[in-house]
Design a protein around this ligand. Structure first.
Ligand code: HEC
Length: 348
């Protein structure tokens, strides 16, 4: 048979048509370039199980979202940003999730309240693309996917998830949790910190900047007076005075507190050049204005007592920080008591 050009074209066309059609009307047919039909980067929950007529049991109903391969470093020409983009090292395990509570946002994101708010605003935009269809525009757990019944509603950010720290939110965005898929391959680290800041504003109604800054001390190793080697304490270091507790709302020193202060007094006598700030802290219950006043009054009681014992007045400065500098997550059962405390900071 003589094959001319027209026959070859016809034959090729017919076989193309036969191969691209399918008997299953739900099938998309043969996908020559699946990436053109299915946007892998954006749709985290696409079902890739059906390719042509073949169902792939292994792939069916799995999320398309994946975490990037271990050690992946995205390119960045800006050295500061490149260091922020270094691989996230907390592991995707139950212990990793616990550890992530204490992970800190790079300090450049929260240098000032304006900077932090601007980042949170960028995060808000990303949130509408990646999160609000499940979590709802205000994070109440009422996104469309949930109201259509596809997912059980996640808790509201300002309810069941109110205590999640920035580090934990970042962790969950990276790896996902339960029914929520990982977003680590869709949002880079910079974007994840911004979204996390936005989630925080949804948790508290605003960024809660004071606690955000103080939160930098959460997870810091606590130095305790009576347990640390006193001459080794450096200027700027915080030391907890554990024995000094107050009745709720009171700034009166207990007898136990006086015992602890007497040994602090001996330290001050032994090191006559040391100057220190006495810092009062509260937990986050009640109005912050009252907390600041109360924490200052408590620090004042300590200073007054020590001065009465003969410490030269100018060596001690009282300060009240309210709840702005927690050392533990404010949880009535575990953390709040730790946050109601007196510390001293060596300033000279
Ligand atoms: C497909 C729906 C869906 C999407 C999209 C989604 N989430 Fe979730 N999210 C959930 C569900 C469901 C849970 C509850 C998870 C569980 O514990 O089973 C959850 C839980 C969370 C938690 C709390 C986890 C914890 O227990 O500490 C945070 C924080 C969170 N999501 C943030 C986000 C952010 C930020 C985004 C966007 C980048 C996002 N989620 C996108 C469904 C989703």
């Amino acid at each position: 048979m003589k094959l001319n050009f027209k026959n070859i074209t016809l034959l090729a066309g017919a076989s193309f048509l036969m191969m691209s059609c399918s008997r299953n009307e739900d099938s998309p047919g043969y996908e020559y370039m699946p990436d053109m039909y299915r946007s892998q980067a954006i749709e985290a929950y696409v079902d890739y199980g059906l390719v042509s007529d073949d169902e792939n049991e292994e792939l069916k109903n799995t999320m398309s979202a994946r975490i990037p391969a271990d050690g992946t470093i995205p390119f960045n020409a800006d050295p500061a940003m490149a260091s922020i983009m270094m691989p996230y090292s907390t592991e995707n395990t139950t212990e990793g999730y616990e550890e992530s509570k204490f992970n800190k946002i790079p300090s450049s994101y929260i240098e000032t309240e304006e900077i932090a708010n601007a980042h949170a605003k960028d995060g808000a935009k990303l949130f509408t693309y990646f999160c609000s269809h499940c979590h709802g525009a205000k994070g109440a757990g009422d996104g469309k996917v949930v109201t259509y019944g596809e997912y059980n509603p996640p808790s509201p950010y300002n309810g069941g998830y109110k205590d999640r720290t920035l580090g934990q939110i970042f962790h969950v965005i990276t790896y996902g949790k339960g029914a929520m898929g990982p977003h680590g391959s869709q949002l880079n680290k910079d974007e994840r910190w911004k979204v996390a800041l936005h989630v925080r504003t949804l948790q508290h109604g605003n960024l809660n900047y004071a606690e955000l800054l103080g939160g930098l001390r959460i997870g810091e190793e606590e130095k305790v007076f009576g347990q640390v080697d006193l001459p080794s304490i450096k200027v700027g270091e915080y030391v907890s005075l554990r024995g000094i507790n107050f009745a709720p709302g009171s700034s009166e020193l207990t007898n136990q507190a006086k015992v602890e202060l007497d040994s602090l007094n001996s330290y001050l006598i032994a090191y006559p050049n040391v100057k220190m700030e006495i810092a009062g802290h509260t937990d986050n219950t009640g109005a912050e204005e009252n907390n600041i006043v109360l924490s200052k009054e408590r620090a004042n009681s300590v200073v007054t007592y020590l001065v009465a014992k003969g410490v030269v007045e100018g060596r001690l400065v009282a300060a009240g920080y309210g709840s702005a500098m927690p050392i533990a997550i404010n949880d009535p059962e575990t953390g709040s008591a730790k946050n109601r405390r007196i510390e001293f900071v060596k300033i000279k």
